[in-house]
Design a protein around this ligand. Structure first.
Ligand SMILES: Cc1cc2nc3c(=O)[nH]c(=O)nc-3n(C[C@H](O)[C@H](O)[C@H](O)COP(=O)(O)OP(=O)(O)OC[C@H]3O[C@@H](n4cnc5c(N)ncnc54)[C@H](O)[C@@H]3O)c2cc1C
Length: 357
């Protein structure tokens, strides 16, 4: 039986036996012993000291990068504060072009992107329509259409559970990498409460990513505004990715694998069509996970209600009643077959709850 308990602090709301599945984009069955929703980050120290935390803490945003392989016996904590403020700490580069915008963790990501565009600010347009919250965006350093979040982050505000203190980390101290950060590498330590972004009053457009220029040309735009770039990104995403409201999914299920240049060259000699990119570090290359999975024959595959999207080999989908364990089993089979065929290890992008990869 589920029951909401009225807490003395109006900024804090506890719910026992909470249905989390409905809050995740995979929409697999999942419950948490407790859900605590916190509207004011100042209430965090008291909430985190609650004895219910002894059974484990899962910080929960929009549930678009989580796969529950089972129920969670601890507390799922969701921050719901969503305020946005300009030049929150008075920081500015002094030229009047650069603006620091601070958003609280509970703000919906796409809504925040649209808000910055409406304020006439450029920088986040390529990251339009990524599901989830502002607070989760730094965890895997979200990226799309040629821009990764770290290039726009000024600082991350968080509660450090190790030190028991509120901290403000400069972008350089966040350990950002491809779909990775120190927040992801140190699970359980950080509760991100707000993110500060460095945006520009003048356009700083990144149009080099394959497909984006073609979309803008199809829209008849030769000198697009940041808002028009956002529209183009939304059009491409709506065409390419299944809508989680209609078909449960978590976007890309696997990261693009990073391998040595020698391994990449050996693979390319046998498979000249394999897309291969700069990995940002010497001697390493990034391969297309989608190509590897499609070449191994998985695109459109279905095991009961757990499947691979017919239009995108990287996206695992829940056709209706798949469990998280069934989706995880399918993901393992896909990874094993890619390993056997190409000698490349795939790693999942979403966080898996209740099982180890
Ligand atoms: C259709 C679709 C398309 C997608 N496209 C992209 C894409 O193009 N690029 C991309 O990078 N990702 C993409 N994603 C993945 C996902 O949207 C992002 O990872 C997003 O940032 C997750 O946000 P969330 O609020 O839903 O986080 P959740 O799924 O709730 O949580 C994800 C992780 O972040 C942690 N977390 C959440 N909030 C906090 C916080 N405040 N403090 C500390 N830890 C926290 C959680 O514990 C968990 O480990 C896509 C997902 C879907 C469903």
């Amino acid at each position: 039986m589920s029951a909401a308990a009225i807490d003395a602090d109006p900024a804090v709301r506890w719910t026992r036996d909470a249905d989390l599945g409905a809050r995740t984009s995979f929409r697999v069955p999942a419950r948490a012993a407790w859900l605590v929703e916190v509207a004011d980050a100042d209430a965090l120290p008291g909430v985190l000291a609650d004895p219910r935390m002894d059974d484990g803490l899962l910080v929960f945003g929009g549930g678009s990068n989580l796969l529950f392989a089972g129920d969670f016996g601890g507390v799922a904590l969701a921050l719901t504060g969503d305020a946005v403020a300009l030049n929150a700490h008075g920081d500015s580069d002094g030229d009047g072009e650069t603006v620091i915008v601070r958003a609280e963790a509970g703000r919906g990501w796409h809504d925040f992107v649209l808000h910055t565009l409406a304020m006439g600010l450029s920088g986040l347009e390529n990251l339009s329509l990524i599901p989830g919250t502002v607070g989760a965006a730094p965890i895997q350093n979200i990226g799309a259409y040629g821009v990764e979040l770290d290039r726009r982050v000024h600082a991350v505000e968080a509660w450090d559970r190790e030190r028991g203190a509120a901290v403000r980390l400069a972008a350089a101290d966040c350990g950002f990498a491809y779909r990775d950060s120190r927040f992801k590498r140190e699970p359980g330590r950080w509760v991100v409460t707000a993110v500060e972004f460095m945006l520009s009053r003048t356009s700083q457009l990144e149009l080099g990513y394959a497909g984006l220029g073609a979309e803008l040309a199809a829209m008849g735009l030769t000198a697009p505004t940041p808002a028009q770039v956002s529209d183009a990104v939304c059009r491409i995403r709506r065409r390419k990715l299944p809508d989680p409201a209609l078909l449960g999914n978590a976007g890309s299920f696997f990261k693009n694998p990073i391998v040595s240049s020698a391994q990449a060259d050996a693979l390319l000699s046998g498979h000249p069509g394999l897309p291969c990119f700069d990995a940002g570090s010497p001697g390493m290359r990034k391969l297309s996970a989608a190509w590897l999975i499609e070449a191994a024959g998985w695109k459109g595959h279905r095991d009961g209600d757990a499947g691979v999207a017919p239009g995108h080999a990287l996206v695992l989908v829940n056709h209706g009643d798949a469990s998280g364990a069934e989706l995880l089993a399918l993901a393992r089979r896909i990874a094993a077959s890619v390993q056997a065929r190409f000698g490349v290890a795939l790693e999942p992008e979403p966080r898996i709850i209740g099982a180890h990869w």
